[in-house]
Design a protein around this ligand. Structure first.
Ligand code: GAP
Length: 450
């Protein structure tokens, strides 16, 4: 986030962000007019722009290099994929029921001195645990029977593994190379919550990097560093980021080593991204289940082997949430008469701001509207621009601060005479007078050097 010149309070609780998101149009509860659907959220007009910008930043960081290509695989996949990946047998949580109040909960979250106690009513009259698979099932075709069961993918990674050969051959790729993908995943989470942090439908941004066995440890370190650099580049507060290693009991069934990038959300340090050494687990299993060779022939060493995979996996919604938390500032402003005021600012880096510029005619009088509209029409092919002619100019500035718009362009009566407009900067609140003929260049320069 950009440096800030005045004292401010950061975000202290998620509820403040939930309210702002609804009020300003970042995120709404799904199906709200029907009372909402638990753990599902819709991105509003600003949220949709913002999320798109976040995806763009990740996509560019991943695919604008010679050794990574993109993919967009289907959500529904052959059911054997999930048998091979281990998700049918192993992707589950142990659930128990309270016989007294009928509450159902995860056994491992309700242990008191080694005994399971119902977190709702305190009873110890609890059923034996049963494994509850987190994959959503649906049916393909008109008949709802066992043979038609397919799953909504719980991770995007498998779409990459099963396309390894297709991508390698069609793109003439040699190891090491990676495949990147952004897409929806679904998990029937037992304890979703904390706004968009843990939901049952979410988007993942995953990259699988295929390497020669023996070089995997080095590549694992390289990707740990590269991902840290990504978070620096997108302007996140480094004090709120850390790496946490998975202990032997925390490692997923496929992983040799795993580190989480954690972010300090208002509810504490939580996983943002996982960097995993998945070894040759996935490709070996797909080779076994599909009976198709997924080996790689290394022309230099004349060896045949199944590549190892270093994976970087971040939730897009979770990164959006972290960026929203990071951007929020409740600032104190000193006024000219010595008194103080406050304003809320979403201090996004301009590349993430839903709108880069707001055009604000000072009055609704015709010649001003005409000039403002002309400026809007000139800028809109090049960037996201908002046009707002309602309320007082002070309130409009505050609204733009709250949605993180870096620059506001005010068209006033003098503009009609001198062909110039006032450009107000979100962070410094400084104002510049700029000739309309120079405006496009001025804006571009300021956005790059914000
Ligand atoms: N392919 C590996 C994989 O899926 P994961 O740690 O289960 O690994 C990767 O998920 C990332 O996806 C997490 O770090 C998190 O950012 C995001 N994620 C996972 N489950 C999520 C959920 N229920 N809601 C939102 N994001 C989730």
């Amino acid at each position: 986030m950009s440096d800030n010149p005045r004292p401010f309070e950061p975000l202290r609780d998620l509820q403040t962000l939930v309210s702002l998101s609804k009020q300003r149009g970042f995120v709404f509860q799904s199906s709200e007019i029907y009372g909402g659907l638990n753990s599902c959220w819709d991105y509003g007009p600003l949220g949709a722009n913002f999320k798109w910008n976040v995806k763009q930043a990740w996509w560019k960081a991943m695919t604008r290099r010679p050794d990574i290509v993109g993919l967009d695989a289907a959500i529904l996949m052959h059911p054997l994929v999930w048998k091979a990946s281990g998700h049918v047998d192993g992707f589950s949580d142990p659930l128990v029921d309270c016989r007294d109040c009928k509450n159902r909960f995860r056994q491992d979250t309700a242990l008191v001195d080694g005994e399971v106690v119902c977190p709702k009513c305190g009873s110890k009259n609890i059923t034996e645990p049963r494994d509850f698979n987190l994959m959503f099932e649906t049916y393909m075709g008109p008949v709802k029977d066992e043979a038609g069961i397919v799953y909504l993918r719980p991770e995007t990674a498998q779409g990459i593994f099963v396309n390894f050969e297709n991508v390698r051959v069609s793109q003439r790729k040699k190891l090491p190379f990676g495949i990147a993908q952004i897409g929806k995943s679904f998990r029937n989470e037992i304890t979703p919550g904390n706004f968009t942090f843990r939901t049952r439908e979410f988007e993942q941004m995953e990259m699988q990097f295929f390497v020669k066995p023996g070089t995997d440890d080095q590549w694992f370190e390289t990707w740990k560093e590269t991902r840290w650099q990504f978070y620096r580049n997108i302007g996140m507060n480094e004090k709120k980021l850390r790496y946490k290693e998975h202990g032997p009991t925390e490692l997923a069934h496929y992983a040799k080593a795993a580190f989480d990038v954690q972010y300090e959300f208002p509810m504490g340090w939580q996983e943002l991204e996982g960097v995993h050494n998945r070894t040759d687990f996935d490709l070996s299993r797909h080779q076994e289940f599909s009976k198709k060779k997924l080996e790689y022939f290394d022309e230099q060493s004349k060896e045949k082997f199944i590549p190892y995979v270093i994976e970087t996996a971040v939730g897009c919604d979770r990164l959006c949430l972290a960026l929203l938390c990071d951007a929020y500032r409740d600032e104190e402003i000193s006024k000219e008469d010595g008194s103080t005021d406050r304003r809320i600012v979403m201090g996004f880096k301009p590349e993430f701001s839903p709108y880069k510029v707001a055009i604000l005619p000072l009055s609704k009088k015709d010649p001003l509207l005409e000039m403002a509209d002309k400026i809007y029409q000139d800028l809109i092919p090049h960037m996201e621009v908002e046009y707002d002619e309602s309320q007082s100019i002070g309130k409009r500035y505050r609204r733009q601060d709250e949605i993180g718009t870096p620059l506001c362009v005010t068209v006033d009566f003098d503009s009609l005479e001198d062909e110039s407009v006032t450009v107000r900067h979100r962070d410094t609140m400084a104002q510049d007078r700029v000739n309309v003929s120079q405006l496009f260049n001025y804006i571009n320069e300021k956005l790059v050097n914000f």
